[in-house]
Design a protein around this ligand. Structure first.
Ligand code: AMP
Length: 298
C-alpha cells in the first residue's frame, strides 16, 4: 500500500536529508524520480516534473544554482532566483520533496574531488565555449544521483549536449539510474523556454525568433532531401545573422557523441548557441524526429 503523498513537498536541505528521504521511499517499495533544476521554474521544468510524477511513486525536484558550472565571466550572480514561487510550482505539481541545498552544503571547504568529461563530448561546442562547464555539471549531477538514489532522473532535450553528457556519465559510473530525456517546451512563437529569456528586452525577444525560424528552415531543407551538413548549418547561421545575432556555433552532430557529421541523417541534431546583447541562448532540433519549431517568417 503506497504511502499517500502530502500536498506540501518535504523540504530537504542537505545531501544526507535527501539520502534518508530516498531510502525511506525505496524501503517502502516506492520508486523515486528526480528532476534536477537551477530553479526559476517555468513550463519546460514543469513538463519534466509532470512526467516524473506520472512515472514514479515519489518525486524529488532539486533547486540549486550550481556555481561549478558557471565560468568566471558568466551570469552566476545575476541568474534568476525565485525560490518562493518555485516552491508554489512544486506544490501545484504534486512533488513529494524539494531538495534546496546551500552552496556551502554542496561544496564544503576542502572538497578536492573533480570529474572530467573527455573527448569531443566534453570539449567541443558548449564545452569549447564554456570551458569547465560540463565538469561542473558532471560533478553536481553525480552528487545528486549518489545522494538521491533515484530510479529515474529527468533532463530536457533543450540542453542537448548536457543530456548526452549525463547519459554517458550515468553509464560510465554504473549508477543504474535511468536518464529520461524530455522534449523541448517552446513558447507559442517557437522560442524555446529558458530561465535566461527574462534577460531579453522586447526588441531582443523578437529578434530571438530567428532561432526557431532558422532551425525550421534547415529542417525543411532536410525534409526536402538536403543532406549536406554544412548547407544545413549555413541555413541556420544566415537566419541568425540576418537578425544580428552573434553566432557562437551552429553544428550538425551525432546525438550520443556530439561528433560533427558531414552528411546529415535522421536522429542527428542541429545544435546552436547565439548571443543577443548580453544574453546567450542555445537551441536544438532532432532531424527526422522533432516537428519544426514555429517561427516568424516560416
Ligand atoms: P535548468 O534549471 O535550466 O538547469 O534546467 C533544468 C532542467 O530543465 C534541464 O534538464 C533542462 O534541460 C530542462 N529544461 C530547461 N528548459 C527546458 C525547456 N524549454 N523544455 C524542456 N526542458 C527544459
Amino acid at each position: 500500500m503506497p504511502i499517500p503523498s502530502t500536498s506540501t513537498p518535504e523540504l530537504l536541505s542537505t545531501p544526507d536529508d535527501l539520502r534518508r528521504w530516498s531510502l525511506a521511499c525505496r524501503t517502502a517499495g516506492l520508486s523515486v524520480g528526480m528532476v534536477p533544476t537551477m530553479g526559476a521554474l517555468h513550463a519546460g521544468h514543469r513538463s519534466l516534473i509532470d512526467r516524473a510524477v506520472a512515472e514514479n511513486d515519489r518525486v524529488v525536484a532539486t533547486i540549486f544554482v550550481n556555481p561549478a558550472q558557471f565560468g568566471p565571466s558568466e551570469d552566476f550572480a545575476r541568474y534568476p532566483r525565485t525560490t518562493d514561487a518555485d516552491l508554489e510550482v512544486l506544490v501545484a505539481a504534486g512533488v513529494d520533496a524539494a531538495f534546496v541545498p546551500s552552496v556551502e552544503t554542496m561544496y564544503p571547504p576542502g572538497l578536492v574531488t573533480r570529474l572530467g568529461i573527455s573527448g569531443p563530448l566534453g570539449d567541443r561546442l558548449e564545452g569549447a565555449s564554456r570551458p569547465g562547464h560540463f565538469n561542473g555539471v558532471a560533478l553536481v549531477v553525480t552528487k545528486l544521483l549518489v545522494a538521491g538514489l533515484p530510479d529515474r532522473a529527468y533532463f530536457g532535450q533543450k540542453d542537448a549536449q548536457q543530456c548526452a553528457v549525463v547519459r554517458r556519465l550515468a553509464r560510465d559510473l554504473d549508477t543504474g539510474v535511468e536518464i529520461v530525456v524530455c522534449p523541448t517546451v517552446r513558447d507559442p512563437d517557437g522560442l524555446a523556454i529558458s530561465s535566461r529569456n527574462v534577460y531579453l528586452n522586447p526588441e531582443e525577444r523578437l529578434r530571438a525568433l530567428a532561432i526557431p525560424s532558422g532551425l525550421a528552415a534547415a529542417m525543411a531543407r532536410f525534409e526536402a532531401g538536403e543532406r549536406d551538413a554544412t548547407a544545413l548549418a549555413t541555413t541556420v547561421r544566415s537566419c541568425l545573422e540576418n537578425e544580428r545575432l552573434d553566432v557562437d556555433y551552429v553544428a550538425v552532430v551525432e546525438a550520443d557523441t556530439f561528433s560533427e557529421v558531414e552528411t546529415a541523417a535522421p536522429t542527428n541534431q542541429i545544435v546552436l548557441a547565439a548571443r543577443i546583447g548580453s544574453t546567450r541562448l542555445i537551441d536544438v532540433v532532432r532531424l527526422g524526429v522533432d516537428t519544426a519549431p514555429v517561427g516568424r517568417g516560416v
